[in-house]
Design a protein around this ligand. Sequence first.
Ligand SMILES: [Zn+2]
Length: 173
Amino acid sequence: MNYASLEILRMDVPIGTNQYHDDGFVESIMEHSKELSKFYGYSNEYCDKILSRGNIIGAHYLVAGHHHIFYLKPFTNTETIRIRAHEETHVPDSVGKIGILEERLFEEQGVKINFLEIEEKEIKAELGALYALRSRNIPIWRASLFHDNRDWSVAKKIYKQSKVPRKMIFSWL
Ligand SMILES: [Zn+2]
């Protein structure tokens, strides 16, 4: 059994016989995708998909049993955590292991989300980013200033609404 060691999510995800590669910062998402397609002997289908999505700042590319993640630079530290955690979250999600994130969110942050109810993988990826920011005590608004989009807004809403209220405990000393 192989594991993907996700650095920003601080999570080891079983990925069967697949392999995991964090390719780090790249100059161009498109060029790197093309290189990977060429390396594995695949068509440029994935690159066309990227082109159609326009302004793309990071990618998770699963090709021939290899998970590759890569992203643009430069970003601030906060932005880097957001984008890297986003791409990392696509790994457990794509192999049916998003339950690991679900457990972490509940146990560490008191946020109860049923990921089976969320169909859009980009929203799930943004929830991974929110988890990573929160676990470092980074205010969410700081990461909201960059690349705000519909998925990010929806994820923030889900995160906020899924917080389990802490029970009030009264103690008399
Ligand atoms: Zn994504």
